[in-house]
Design a protein around this ligand. Structure first.
Ligand code: FDA
Length: 399
């Protein structure tokens, strides 16, 4: 079967691209996915409400070997462009925090909007279709597909790879994009799980499981993230931890300020002056969740009253609260990671169109590219923006 464009992956980027590159006079477009339903990660995202963009989105919110690469696509299709699309389709939304926009009702509305646009544009969608061999004969791509157990051979002048990264293999994530990239001479930067909880040996924080508090967390060379921290049975999670996990390297410490924006030394001195007969745990519990206050006091091994503590000792305790350091044993890995860090080297792609510089007609969009966003709607915005950069090039090229 002959198509003008085949798009592999009916996730966020693939759906967005198909919706905007297909249409009357734009040739035959086929969207392929091995899953039974399109946009599965959209459906489960943001706790079922999809944090579909971030109003403060800019290239500085992304990690990439080339921090400039994302600029062009993000500038040409910004957060407010997607907000307009969502609003035009009657999907109500709200800002939760830090510029993060969510659906009022359900993430399924975003999937329905995109699949509706794909159908309206006249693109075909083949689900439950696995991808076998991908070849290029100098003019055409030819793909061996298997749709519901029936082999299909398709050809296309253009191939868009939008099969995402490796996170959550249970949902069907595969490394197909990286394999296709390498096959056609592209470099792939080192990939690893990101936006992922930290684990610690011997259930170190299990007794604190469920405790949450606002902190500022930072790795050795990453930016600070002022968001919530959550203790879990396996270790540490919560938005601040997921954010720093993208910057963390094995063996490195993570620095956590448990009392951000406060002066712990001044607080401790004032408490000593006002109620010196109180124990440290009780005093700490005025500022920290009780279970954490108990654990910190126990770790500091101070059984006596606050009045017994000298200024230097209070300084030490204050330091401990503002500069708590932990060395994670590892992360929960691709099993729970929201995204894959690294990917197809941007050096081999046009930042204007996402087209391969090695092989014209081949495009890579979305998470498979070495552009990884922070937590907070940035990864979807990259999926929409890179898809639009590609779709514009494809529809323009088809005239
Ligand atoms: P995506 O993963 O969406 O799509 C890839 C598609 O390719 C899938 O449909 C898959 O089935 C298909 N595929 C893979 N391998 C294939 C193969 N071998 N053959 C055929 N098809 C194949 N981001 C954000 O901005 N806000 C949020 O709220 C969240 N929330 C969130 C929650 C959870 C639990 C996860 C795991 C992730 C998020 N994210 C997020 C991240 C976001 O989901 C992710 O960055 C985008 O979905 C990436 O879009 P892509 O289209 O590139 O890949």
């Amino acid at each position: 079967m002959e198509f003008d464009t085949v798009i592999l992956g009916a996730g966020a980027a693939g759906l967005m691209c198909a919706a905007h590159c297909a249409g009357p006079g734009r040739g035959r477009v086929l969207l392929v996915d091995h899953a039974k339903a399109p946009g599965e990660k959209i459906r489960i995202s943001g706790g079922g409400r999809c944090n579909f963009t971030n109003t403060g989105c800019e290239a500085a919110n992304f990690l990439s070997s080339n921090p400039h690469f994302a600029k062009s696509a993000l500038a040409r299709y910004g957060a407010w462009d997607f907000v307009s699309l969502v609003s035009e389709h009657g999907i109500a939304w709200h800002e939760k925090t830090l510029g993060q926009l969510f659906c009022d009702e359900s993430a399924k509305q975003i999937v329905a909007m995109l699949t509706g646009l794909v159908a309206q544009a006249g693109a075909e969608m083949w689900l439950s279709t696995s991808v076998g061999e991908v070849r290029h004969d100098g003019a055409l791509f030819s793909l061996t597909l298997d749709k519901d157990g029936t082999p299909r051979q398709v050809t296309a002048r253009r191939l868009v790879v939008a099969t995402g990264g490796k996170s959550i293999p249970k949902m069907g994530a595969t490394g197909l994009a990286y394999d296709i990239a390498r096959q056609f001479g592209h470099a792939v930067t080192q990939t690893r799980p990101a936006l992922v909880p930290f684990t610690f040996p011997e259930g170190r924080f299990a007794p604190l499981s469920g405790v949450a508090l606002p902190v500022v967390a930072q790795t050795v060379d990453g930016p600070p993230f002022a968001e919530a921290l959550l203790f879990t049975h396996r270790g540490l999670s919560g938005p601040s931890v997921l954010q720093v996990s993208s910057y963390w390297r094995n063996g490195e410490p993570v620095k956590i300020d448990l009392l951000p924006g406060q002066d712990a030394f001044a607080l401790l001195r004032a408490a000593r002056a006002e109620a010196g007969r109180r124990g440290l745990a009780r005093v700490l519990a005025s500022w920290l969740p009780t279970r954490l206050a108990d654990a910190v006091a126990e770790e500091l091994a101070h059984p006596g009253n606050l009045a017994d503590l000298s200024d230097p000792r209070l300084q030490e305790i204050a330091q401990r609260l503002h500069r708590w350091q932990v060395i994670p044993g590892g992360t929960e890995g691709y099993r729970t990671a929201e995204v894959t860090l690294g990917g197809i080297d941007t050096a081999g792609l046009s930042s204007q169109t996402m087209e391969s510089t090695q092989l014209p007609g081949l495009y890579f969009i979305g998470e498979c590219v070495d552009v990884t966003g922070w937590l907070g709607g940035y990864n979807f915005q990259w999926a929409w923006a890179s898809a639009m950069a590609c779709a514009r090039a494809l529809s323009g090229a088809q005239g």
